[in-house]
Design a protein. Structure first.
Length: 129
């Protein structure tokens, strides 16, 4: 007999960085698929985060726009609402934006990605049970 699907790991509303309903809709409720999807998303996003940091340090606004756009699309695909919002903000930045301002947004992205990583670890523990 199939084990019933348990609810997704709980997080405080302020920590909610994944739209759980969207994730379930995408995965059809398949937790293993959700895990694979989120792991792939995280691997790609962490790489893009480093590219964003480097581009901000170098003042390469076109690279920032490109990486933010890619991150925005990937985040929309998995329901990563916090990262999606921040990527939109980065994508809208112009030459008037200070390097420190860009790095602050990138720092917020890193924080959101860490929260998603914690969510994935909790989901892994649940799938392993």
């Amino acid at each position: 007999m199939n084990k019933p699907i348990a609810p997704l790991p709980t997080m405080e509303p302020s920590d909610l960085t994944i739209d759980r309903d969207q994730l379930v809709q995408i995965s059809g409720g398949d937790r293993a698929f959700e895990l694979m999807l989120l792991r792939t998303y995280l691997d790609d996003s962490v790489h893009r985060l480093e590219l964003l940091r480097r581009a901000a340090e170098e003042g390469n606004l076109s690279e920032i726009h490109f990486q933010a756009h890619q991150l925005r699309g990937a985040s929309a695909g998995v329901g990563a609402q916090g990262v999606l919002h921040l990527a939109r903000l980065l994508e809208a930045k112009d030459r008037q934006t200070s390097r420190d301002g860009l790095l602050a947004l990138i720092g917020q992205l890193a924080t959101n990605l860490s929260k998603i990583e914690a969510f994935v670890v909790a989901l892994e523990a649940e799938v392993d049970d």
